[in-house]
Design a protein around this ligand. Structure first.
Ligand code: ADP
Length: 521
């Protein structure tokens, strides 16, 4: 955790973090880990931090004696298009933290099996649900007189919030000092909706233009956040550069390049309350950088037993816990699957996603039960056991804004095999003669996105496994890598403070469009 003396801040900032998911109350991916960990780290050094999330049905399943949830009595009346939608603010807290957590209850929108989709696809009213949520965040700030210095929104689900701050609240009572920050966790998910959905936002049609909320004649909520926020961050320095290029920019590279002076990449950290091999309650044996050689094999053997793989210390075990999508390199794995199972290795897959990949990995496990185990589902305990029990971790991503699992792997002495993109390039150092000699090697890194190059990287892992001295050297360097949230939180604080020192931004696009007549399409 961050110590007050380490913080760049002299004052107590009032920070509101808005996110569509946050552990332990809700989670589909890394955003949930990041939201809570950042909020906790900022609160730990004395800032006044409020995390606002929807009260999803998932929240009910994690509720226990420790995380009690209370009705605050605050009722919201939120305009969404022509309707007024009611919401209730609940509150809770994180044990041993002074972080304030507010859950926005709206059962019609959030009491659902999924956060964003059902098995048949995205919920058709996602725009309405998250326009409601973004407006509810702003309304809650008013009701509870939070007077934030910073409203920090995340991804398309809260992309409307920076627009509301600029267009409706700039200078208003309670928002005199407010600046908005918008973080892009994954540019591929943009919140696209038919143009007509603009009516739901309650904003003037004049903002439905190519510099602000419109993209290919659709409403784009991620673009809205990018266009209106006072400052932008994304989750690694390399991804911050990549998204300004046509290859990684998902159609928004020009806007991002235009805002490059207001954009910084801050690598996520690891929440060591949850991911620490020395104290992890899910492991059969805990370990650290000094005793992993003795204790990590116990985790490997336990994992092999649990998954029905032969208990073979001689076979390197590769783990992968992931959404099974193209982004995560599942097409590369498919391409070389047959060659992989011909090697002396084992692989443990855990994940859900694209049916084609789920089927392929299930079949691989069915045909090669002594080499491959595939678990389709979401299983936090098994995820921890795979991180601890594996020798190598597969992350051959096509693109990776930050990635958390490679950092968990480093912490758990599991050598990550990664492609040099986004946060993977920023957090893993390739193993070669020089990096072994100077003690900086922490993983196996490849560049070109093709099956042959990926397979060569796997072969390099197999070779490293045969060389315990260097293998242990790489493990030790990885376990000592500083991926704590204190580093990341300090960078966020510096960003907040720099943004507060600037004049409030009036977006160029606002000035341009205010002088023109606009007609609703
Ligand atoms: P993403 O692009 O999905 O956000 P990240 O690496 O940033 O990828 O974070 C993924 C997070 O979700 C990690 O904490 C990972 O362990 C977890 N996760 C993904 N799939 C599963 C699963 N099937 N079971 C348990 N945890 C999972």
């Amino acid at each position: 955790m961050l110590h007050k003396s380490e913080s760049n801040s002299l004052d107590r900032l009032r920070i509101v973090l808005a996110s569509s998911e946050a552990v332990p109350w809700s989670k589909t991916g890394g955003l949930a880990d990041v939201s809570t960990a950042l909020a906790k780290s900022l609160a730990a050094v004395g800032h006044d931090v409020t995390l606002v999330v929807p009260y999803h049905r998932q929240t009910e399943f994690v509720r226990d004696h420790k995380e009690e949830i209370h009705n605050s009595g605050v009722q919201l009346r939120i305009p969404v298009g022509t309707k007024t939608v009611l919401g209730t603010v609940f509150w809770t807290h994180v044990p041993s933290s002074n972080l304030r957590v507010l859950l926005i209850d709206q059962p019609e929108y959030f009491d659902r099996a999924g956060l964003y989709q059902s098995p048949s696809g995205d919920y058709s009213d996602n725009c309405e649900r998250f326009v409601f949520f973004s407006r509810a965040v702003v309304s809650t700030i008013e009701h509870l007189v939070l007077r934030p210095h910073i409203v920090h929104a995340n991804d398309w689900q809260t992309g409307l919030a920076p627009a509301l701050i600029e267009l409706e609240k700039r200078g208003a009572p309670g928002f005199e000092d407010t600046r908005s920050i918008f973080t892009i966790h994954n540019l591929a998910f943009q919140g696209w909706f038919p143009a007509d959905a603009m009516k739901l936002t309650g904003l003037d049609w004049k903002h439905f233009n190519w510099q602000q909320m419109e993209c290919h004649n659709q409403l784009n909520l991620l673009k809205t956040g990018i266009a209106f926020a006072d400052f932008l961050t994304t989750v690694s320095p390399t991804y911050a550069k990549e998204i300004q290029t046509p290859e990684f920019g998902c159609g928004l590279h020009e806007l991002l390049e235009h805002r490059r002076d207001d954009l910084v990449g801050i690598l996520n950290g690891v929440d060591t309350d949850t991911w620490c091999p020395e104290s992890d309650p899910f492991l059969p044996s805990n370990f650290n950088a000094d005793n992993f050689a003795a204790n990590k094999p116990i985790c490997k053997s336990h994992l092999q037993d649990r998954l029905g793989l032969p208990d073979r210390p001689d076979a390197p075990l590769f783990g992968m816990v992931s959404r099974m999508t193209d982004q995560k390199g599942l097409d590369l794995i498919t391409e070389v699957a047959q060659k992989l199972v011909e090697q002396n290795l084992q692989i443990a897959f855990l994940g859900t996603g694209n049916e084609r990949y789920e089927w392929m990995l299930r079949e691989l496990a069915r045909k090669h039960p002594d080499k491959v185990s595939t678990t389709i589902g979401f299983d936090e305990r098994l995820a921890h056991q795979i991180e601890a029990g594996s020798d190598f971790y597969l992350m051959p991503s096509r693109y990776e804004p930050c990635g958390l699992n490679q950092m968990y792997s480093l912490a758990y002495g599991t050598v990550p095999l990664v492609r040099a993109v986004g946060g993977l390039a920023d957090s893993v150092v390739d193993t070669n003669v020089d990096s072994i000699a100077n003690g900086t090697a922490t993983g196996i890194v490849f560049r070109k996105y093709d099956g042959g190059t990926f397979f060569d990287a796997v072969s390099r892992c197999l070779k490293l496994y045969q060389d315990p001295t260097n293998h242990h050297k790489v493990i030790r360097a990885g376990m000592r890598y500083d991926s704590t949230w204190s580093r990341s939180a300090n960078e966020y604080l510096a960003t907040y403070e720099n943004t507060l020192k600037r004049r409030p931004r009036t977006s160029l696009a606002t000035r341009v469009t205010e002088s023109k007549d606009h007609v609703a399409p």
